[in-house]
Design a protein around this ligand. Sequence first.
Ligand code: OGA
Ligand code: MN
Length: 275
Amino acid sequence: MEWFPLADRVGAEVRGVDLATVAGAALDDLKALVWDKGVAVLRDQTLTPEDHIALANRWGGIDINNYFPLEGEHPEIAIVGKTPEQTTNIGGGWHTDHSYDQVPAMGSILVARTLPPKGGDTLFIHMGEAYDSLDDGTKAEIEGLSAFHTADHIYSPDGVYAQTDQGATLRGQDLKTGAVHPLVVRHPRTGRRLLYVNPSFTLNTVGRSRADSLPLLQRLWAHAMREELQGRVEWRDGTVAIWDNRTTWHYAMNDYHGHAREMHRITLTGEALAA
Ligand code: OGA
Ligand code: MN
């Protein structure tokens, strides 16, 4: 396996790995790279849906997403899609997947199936770099704090997506979610400290109302969103991205109106997070 930086502070472009067959020590190397750099981009892959599922099982298991439409014959695969007629996309705000779960998913394996002629990139931020670059006063201020995460305001019948043209295809609108995680978690595998709050699913710090929490949360989010921490995945046919939800945030650009984009996502099982 060879790899090159995707951007200065996040991500890796990987060469010399065939995801349809990777296993053993080569898979361990790829996992370690994803945990460390946050996202690995692999080109010219030829994963069938069965290969995609087998890779996720070799990686460590699958969390089925409760909200996105499932790929007909393969319920392990969620469809992240936008038709030429739709104006709203999935994931078009900074977030990390499944932080509203008590045991949040480790990450995702996203396979490009239909791409627009241009646009539709995915942006990533490294949350270890975001944490490290906080000033000492802010690090002291957030030490020991926890935050509440939920997806209910996003997916419920009166939630964010229900008001849009993505609403009709989503499932799970009656589910109730909620989890408390430290603001700063230690990566379960690398031990690195990571800022673990995100603008999509984190509502408040524990012990404070939403209104009282927002000044601090918005300050942390604005800090993390700085351009120098970002990397950009430009998709091509055959591109697969594997990301770590603890190490990164991501953002799906919605700049290809009138064109279809369809991605197949398998969500990888994670572990409980601690400070
Ligand atoms: C996701 C997601 C990004 C994209 O699948 O969780 O946010 O670019 N996708 O489709
Ligand atoms: Mn996502």
